[in-house]
Design a binder for this molecule. Structure first.
Ligand SMILES: Nc1ncnc2c1ncn2[C@@H]1O[C@H](COP(=O)(O)OP(=O)(O)O)[C@@H](O)[C@H]1O
Ligand SMILES: [Mg+2]
Length: 187
């Protein structure tokens, strides 16, 4: 196969897409156990995914915080795996799932738009509007802040929540990132 044809074949498989000279698309998907240890894994994974971009520390912190909030929600609300989560947001490493379940995180960088989708197949949300209100928490006894969705909304440009009781929850977030200025590889 000629080089160009091979590149086009790769494009069609969605592995590596070059839409034009300066337009790129890259996509990754990870699926991990719903345990508190993996909140940090998800934060690091999204940071690694955008590590070639020249993001400010603030932008990076915003993205990692939004991912943490969505993943924590999947673990503690979706699957009710509270192990490893203490009062006042304290955390200690824990790698045991009382209720086995998986969290899926999909990240797509499409030109300058970063899309992040975090989903679970846990218990779902009865009233999404109420859940998204600042300070609302269904678990006040755990001293949750009720600010998870508000942080996701504040730190990302767009937030969308889809959920069905008994089926699970999907959180979709978008943020415009400065993909135009790449960090040159030293290697
Ligand atoms: N993945 C999820 N599965 C089930 N319920 C969820 C999920 N994410 C959020 N919720 C519900 O939405 C509420 C608000 O979430 P959030 O703003 O992060 O506050 P907090 O986590 O501090 O309770 C939660 O208390 C919970 O009832
Ligand atoms: Mg939360």
């Amino acid at each position: 196969m000629r080089t160009l044809e091979r590149e086009q074949a790769l494009c069609e498989q969605n592995l590596w897409i070059r839409k034009g000279m300066d337009s790129m698309k890259n996509e990754t998907e990870i699926i991990f156990d719903a345990i508190s240890n993996n909140e940090n894994f998800a934060r690091m994974a999204v940071a690694a995914f955008v590590s070639h971009l020249n993001l400010t520390l603030d932008e990076l912190a915003d993205i990692k915080t939004a991912v943490s909030e969505a993943v924590t929600n999947a673990i503690i609300h979706g699957y009710e795996n509270l192990e490893g989560y203490g009062m006042h947001g304290d955390k200690k490493p824990f790698s045991y799932a009382r209720n086995p379940g998986k969290v899926r995180m999909c990240c797509v960088l499409d030109d300058e738009m970063l899309h992040i989708e975090v989903s679970d197949t846990g218990k779902g949300i009865e009233n999404i509007e109420q859940a998204m209100e600042p300070l609302y928490t269904s678990r006040p006894e755990l001293e949750r802040s009720g600010m998870g969705f508000s942080f996701m909304e504040a730190f990302m440009d767009e937030l969308e929540v889809e959920s069905e009781p008994g089926k699970g929850t999907t959180v979709r977030m978008k943020k415009k990132v400065n993909a135009g200025s790449w960090i040159d590889s030293e290697e």
